[in-house]
Design a protein around this ligand. Structure first.
Ligand SMILES: Cc1ncc(COP(=O)(O)O)c(C=O)c1O
Length: 329
């Protein structure tokens, strides 16, 4: 077995809390694993992925982390925070133009000392080309670049959520409820791929259910199968590629491109009912899908359901105008 390199970054294990009022209202025991609290600026699922990706980068002698994302990318901000923490250089390529005033994750990237390169829509479509050019530039100046894929999504990044599943299995064996379902937000599917691997390795009893917020169910299933296959090939895990991948489909809406009033209202309502803040781009959409499923049939996912909050709070702030309108109307 080819042991993956890892560095410790996450504040783990993250707590699991019951959403008391919502559970009573829905007639199901609904819990939340607070993976938004993994630390390094509430960096959510990304910090777990970066434990392995940056571990690999350091094992290769890299001194510069390069990554890519949207203007408000959580992954870019997490890479900036980790680079600052470890004394590495970060170059983040983001889709969009430099705004007059920085906000949210973009502001944090700059405050953390990352170099930001702005990509046009065209450049973003073929971003591997842009990333290779940045890496070449770093090499020309004597640096050693390491490219982290968008959302930290490859078979190395997925190991972060393999560890999250192992952590959940340990929490259950130490008294946390035996969840029937563990639900997670899906963009690429890397986090769900990791959970599915960890479920087999750690004997986690719960069904792992993903809620895609951008890509079609077929696309996500293909990606998850591919990543698990690659992880098995690379690291020699004794696991099978799952034959079925359980997704709650139909909640993609406008994907990452748009945030609707309905999603913002859901986020506000949860904040008021339970004192928990979701993010508008990822977790609010997925949690909305989970709630809709449970409202239609409270028993659809069993009696005990745990939603993993994967972070992302900072992209809330650039939406202050829409939020103000909703709060004051
Ligand atoms: C807050 C948040 N939750 C969930 C996800 C989805 O993770 P994955 O790409 O592993 O499916 C992301 C990814 O960008 C994210 O930023």
């Amino acid at each position: 077995m080819n042991a993956p390199a890892r560095i410790e970054l996450a504040l783990a294990p993250t707590p699991i809390m019951k959403l008391e009022r919502l559970s009573r209202r829905l007639g199901v025991e609904l819990y939340m694993k607070r993976d938004d609290l993994t630390g390094l600026l509430e960096s959510g699922n990304k910090i777990r992925k970066l434990e392995f990706l940056v571990g690999d980068a350091l094992a290769q002698g890299a001194d510069t982390l390069i990554t890519v994302g949207t203007l408000q990318s959580n992954c870019c901000r997490a890479v900036s925070a980790v680079a600052a923490r470890l004394g590495l250089r970060a170059v983040v390529a983001v889709k969009g133009e430099r705004p007059a005033a920085y906000d949210g994750n973009l502001l944090l990237n700059r405050m953390l000392g990352a170099e930001v390169r702005y990509l046009t829509d065209e450049e973003f479509k073929s971003y591997p080309v842009a990333l290779d050019a940045i890496a070449e530039d770093v090499r020309r100046h004597g640096g050693k670049p390491y490219i982290i894929p968008e959302s930290g999504s490859n078979e190395i990044g997925a190991l972060g959520y393999l560890e999250c599943a192992v952590e959940l299995a340990e929490q259950i064996s130490h008294g946390a409820p035996r969840f029937d379902t563990i639900a997670v937000t899906v963009f690429s599917g890397g986090s769900q791929a990791g959970l599915l691997m960890g479920k087999q390795l750690a004997g986690l009893p719960s069904e792992i259910v993903g809620v895609p917020i951008a890509f079609s169910a077929d696309h996500v299933r293909g990606y998850i199968t591919d990543i698990i296959g690659k992880a098995v090939g690379r690291f020699g895990f004794a696991i099978d590629v799952p034959k079925t991948i359980h997704l709650l489909d139909g909640y993609q809406g406008a994907g990452r491109a748009g945030v609707t009033d309905a999603e913002l209202l859901l986020l506000i309502n949860l904040a008021r009912e339970e004192g928990v803040m979701l993010d508008p781009v990822y977790t609010a959409k997925a949690f909305g899908g989970l709630l809709d499923t449970l409202q239609r049939d409270p028993k659809a996912l069993g009696q005990r359901v745990c939603f993993i909050h994967t972070g992302g709070i900072f992209s809330l702030f650039p939406l202050r105008e829409s939020l103000t309108r909703l709060l004051d109307s």
